[in-house]
Ligand binder design. Structure first.
Ligand code: NAG
Ligand code: NAG
Ligand code: NAG
Ligand code: NAG
Ligand code: NAG
Ligand code: NAG
Ligand code: NAG
Ligand code: NAG
Ligand code: NAG
Length: 415
């Protein structure tokens, strides 16, 4: 077991710099609480639960019944955003630290998500941790899931002042975060295809030929099945055109290269996943969220740029209501939706967080070239940065903070 403080160690591990032995990273990280003077400033006078003094929470009986939190628009708001400073987040990783890596246009941090029919409550880390007291939450999925998880840790970070009361540890595919005062863990488990695959190494997973054991999940699922809350995501890895489906074990492969469509593979994996949940989940205990697909912005042609361009150099959201990029596979999205609905019918507490549309608008929200590149860009790439821009993950502070504000709203007011 490796013990570490902050995310610096995690990052090294994530990227293959194994250091030998026990790694105790001390380093007291300055945490500045800045919410004191920071307040919302909506001018909708009729909202009874809103306190214009800002610091006070909205009324306890807040309800978003009848309001679609996912239908809304982005509002420029440099008063209440960002919700934290990237540089001060103890858990930030270089994959999302766009400002640190030279991004100069900072407007991407200043957009607030405004549902059409209601307001999102102000994020309160103390209230969240109190609600989760004695509970274990696990994010399970791919690097976008990790992006989501890091965002939540950054949101919580400023609400826990004592550095020794918030500690992250690495155990293979699992990274745990513990808020000891509350006896809460918020973990991330690397499992990009949900089923077992040759991409399961949390460090070395960039393999060319992806092979998955389409009916096997137990080895992973045993690590998270007892959690109180599970938050799943799995999308971008499925866009690969060719994947090998395997029955039997990796060592003794009954290898079957099945001609199958992307949707068919996704269906099979989600079937394995949902069957496992049906037969192993404690339905009284565990609450599940499934994050709908996180869109990328790799095809500039989708929003009227020249074909071949992408999110590189984008500084503004798309304002066209209902915009949908071709990279967001609606068939996969429907597959996930119907799997979730089937589980719901079977009495499992599961909610799809439909963040796809709201994220579609944010072509400006990706790291592009402003992140640590673990392979140095080539000369060709440097001459044409479009070639190495990351248009899949999201800068922090940024879009995943909104996914977490929505998650927070559910946890706080609907569970
Ligand atoms: C979103 O809300 C607007 C205004 O309330 C409504 O006209 C529209 O139909 C809604 N869109 C969806 C996809 O529900
Ligand atoms: C916030 O944005 C407005 C409008 O763009 C600008 O006038 C103002 O200076 C900004 N405030 C801060 C603190 O950046
Ligand atoms: C956050 O929530 C806690 C617990 O509900 C409450 O005591 C505190 O006043 C809230 N803080 C803010 C700034 O709203
Ligand atoms: C902490 O929470 C776990 C459940 O996640 C529980 O089993 C344990 O008793 C709690 N510890 C304390 C000291 O309350
Ligand atoms: C996928 O498989 C097809 C048929 O075997 C092959 O022509 C194609 O090059 C493969 N694509 C990739 C990206 O490997
Ligand atoms: C290999 O897997 C296929 C597909 O499940 C199955 O039909 C076949 O019997 C298996 N063969 C062996 C030797 O296990
Ligand atoms: C779903 O969760 C709620 C609140 O946590 C709980 O009261 C209910 O029993 C759960 N549903 C099922 C089917 O167990
Ligand atoms: C980036 O955008 C700016 C302003 O929109 C423009 O002047 C510049 O030419 C663009 N650069 C590239 C490399 O596309
Ligand atoms: C999710 O949002 C999309 C786009 O707004 C919509 O088409 C779809 O029906 C929604 N799905 C669910 C389950 O609400």
């Amino acid at each position: 077991m490796l013990k570490m403080k902050g995310i610096e160690g995690l990052q090294k591990m994530m990227n293959g710099y194994h250091s030998v032995g026990l790694m105790v990273v001390m380093g007291v990280i300055m945490v500045v609480v800045y919410f004191g003077g920071d307040y919302y400033n909506y001018n909708s006078g009729s909202i009874s639960w809103f306190d214009f003094n800002g610091v006070t929470e909205i009324a306890e009986d807040y309800s978003f019944e009848g309001c679609d939190l996912f239908n809304g628009s982005w509002v420029y708001d440099n008063k209440s955003r960002p919700l934290y400073e990237g540089k001060q987040c103890s858990f930030m990783t270089d994959d999302y630290a766009c400002q640190k890596y030279g991004r100069k246009d900072l407007n991407y941090q200043f957009w607030r998500w405004q549902p059409h029919a209601c307001h999102l409550p102000r994020f309160n880390g103390t209230a969240l941790l109190e609600k989760l007291r004695d509970k274990r939450v696990v994010f399970v999925g791919d690097s976008v899931g990790k992006n989501h998880w890091v965002s939540l840790l950054c949101l919580i970070d400023t609400w826990i002042l004592e550095p020794s009361h918030k500690v992250a540890e690495w155990h293979g595919s699992l990274i745990t975060f513990k808020a000891s005062e509350y006896n809460v863990s918020i973990d991330f488990y690397w499992e990009p295809l949900l089923v077992e695959s040759n991409c399961d190494d949390p460090v070395n997973h960039r393999v060319r030929d992806r092979i998955m054991k389409i009916e096997s999940i137990q080895r992973h699922a045993e690590e998270w099945i007892n959690a109180d809350m599970l938050i799943f995501d799995s999308y971008s890895w499925w866009l690969e055109p060719n994947m090998t489906l395997l029955w039997g074990s990796f060592e003794n492969p009954n290898k079957t290269i099945v001609e199958s469509s992307r949707v068919r593979r996704y269906e099979m994996a989600l079937k394995t996943w949902s069957n496992w949940l049906e037969s192993h989940l404690d339905r009284k205990k565990t609450r599940i969220f499934f994050i709908s697909l996180s869109p990328d912005h790799k095809e500039g042609g989708d929003w009227g740029k020249t074909m071949g361009e992408n999110c590189y150099n984008e500084t503004e959201p798309i304002m066209e209501e209902g915009y949908w990029g071709k990279g967001s596979d609606t068939d996969l999205m429907r597959t996930a939706q119907s799997t979730v609905q089937d589980l719901e019918k079977k009495g499992i507490n599961i909610t799809l967080l439909n963040i796809t549309q709201l994220s579609q608008y944010r072509k400006d929200g990706h790291p592009s070239i402003y992140k640590r590149h673990w392979d140095s860009p080539t000369k060709l790439e440097l001459a044409n940065p479009v070639l190495y821009a990351d248009c899949l993950h999201w800068c922090l502070p940024g879009v995943p903070d909104v996914w977490n504000e929505i998650l927070y709203t559910y946890i706080r007011y609907k569970i």
